[in-house]
Write a protein that binds this ligand. Structure first.
Ligand SMILES: Nc1ncnc2c1ncn2[C@@H]1O[C@H](COP(=O)(O)OP(=O)(O)OP(=O)(O)O)[C@@H](O)[C@H]1O
Ligand SMILES: [Mg+2]
Length: 341
């Protein structure tokens, strides 16, 4: 029998096992789009449902309309440790995976765990804590957890594949934005810089953990009830990256009022102290050719591009109780999709 010299749960700093962390470890948006470009197009013959949302718009989840008038949603997300605490990491990863279902206007139905674990380096009871966190959040969302898949992996990874349902006529799509509509953001930014500081120093930011474990269920439900048709969630590509994707898919432009964007306490200090992830810098570089920065300086732009993990919804419409941070406008002929003012 193999014996492990793995440290006890409380002694382990899980973020030290991750090269990146959370959604900041996503493949950069430009590289991802190049990699999946060849997958766009072909349709299977005899499929029992109609593909309403597929790869071409890079939306949050796939949507298939069944003949009974239901849309089935499918999405998956997993990443390396974003915080040191195993239970919190599990909760954050599950809230993040479920978020793509909410970002489409749906309700999660059943989730499967996806786990990568360095089994000779980290005790499996730590993985059990991660899974416990995930299940607790899924159950809070009213979602079954009914299986999964686990592999030996040099870097720990956790997430879920989630199936949900939605009304096909009331989806929140990322390509349904229209000029003149206000933009609402339902969680403050700054998760990326605080997580980066946590990884570097071990300081714990409970308010960031609270934000990341909060479900996007209520604002999504409210948006659907109010007749909103366009939204996405703000994750690894940052507000600027996800807004660029939404504006591009919708064929519109977008304006961000930088002074109205909310930030978590400590975010500006973390940025000033240099805790910026490579993912955030890549986000800004990717968006820059399509960005009119106005008078925003580099620090402001880095915060707006900060790679979020389990961030809020970016809704093309008003959601009571959450700040309006800009609006959609007509498309600009010069290729700029996002203007900061
Ligand atoms: N390996 C892959 N094969 C096919 N499609 C992929 C692959 N990786 C990502 N995609 C697709 O690319 C698009 C963008 O992915 P991305 O992960 O940024 O969006 P997302 O699912 O909204 O995730 P999140 O909200 O967690 O950032 C999605 O439509 C996704 O399904
Ligand atoms: Mg998403």
């Amino acid at each position: 029998m193999t014996t492990f010299a793995a440290p006890a749960t409380s002694a382990v700093r899980l973020t030290q096992y991750a090269r990146g962390g959370g959604c900041a470890c996503k493949i950069p948006p430009g590289e991802l789009e190049t990699a999946v470009a060849g997958l766009i197009g072909g349709e299977p013959s005899g499929a029992p449902g109609e593909l309403m949302v597929g790869l071409d718009t890079g939306d949050d989840a796939a949507a298939v309309r069944l003949q009974d008038g239901t849309a089935v949603l499918a999405t998956t997300d997993f990443f390396s440790p974003v915080v040191d605490d195993a239970y919190d990491w599990g909760r954050i990863a599950a809230a993040n995976a479920l978020s793509d279902i909410y970002a489409m206007g749906g309700s999660p139905l059943v989730a499967l765990n996806l786990l990568g674990w360095p089994r000779t380096e980290l005790a499996f009871d730590i993985a059990a804590e991660v899974l416990r966190g995930g299940i607790d959040v899924a159950h809070r969302a009213g979602c079954h957890v009914a299986g999964g898949h686990s592999v030996d992996d040099p870097e720990p990874k956790y997430g879920m594949a989630v199936t949900g349902v939605a009304d096909p006529d009331r989806l929140l799509r990322n390509d349904a934005g229209r000029p003149g509509v206000p933009l609402t953001l339902t969680k403050p930014l700054g998760i990326g810089v605080l997580n980066n500081r946590h990884k570097a120093t071990g300081e714990v930011f409970p308010h960031a953990v609270d934000t990341m474990t909060e479900l996007n269920r209520e604002p999504a439900r409210t948006a659907v009830e109010l007749g909103v048709r366009c939204a996405t969630d703000v994750t690894g590509f940052g507000l600027l990256g996800h807004l660029h994707k939404l504006a591009r898919a919708s064929g519109v432009g977008a304006v961000v009022d930088a002074g109205r964007v909310p930030y978590l306490d400590g975010a500006r200090e973390a940025l000033a102290d240099g805790y910026v992830s490579g993912g955030t810098r890549r986000n800004l570089a990717w968006v820059t050719p399509h960005l009119d920065p106005g008078r925003a300086d580099d620090a402001e732009l880095l915060l707006l591009a900060d790679a979020q993990t389990s961030g809020g919804l970016l809704v093309a419409g008003e959601v009571p109780g959450h700040p309006v941070i800009g609006e959609l406008v007509p498309r600009r002929p010069d290729g700029v999709t996002v203007t900061v003012r």
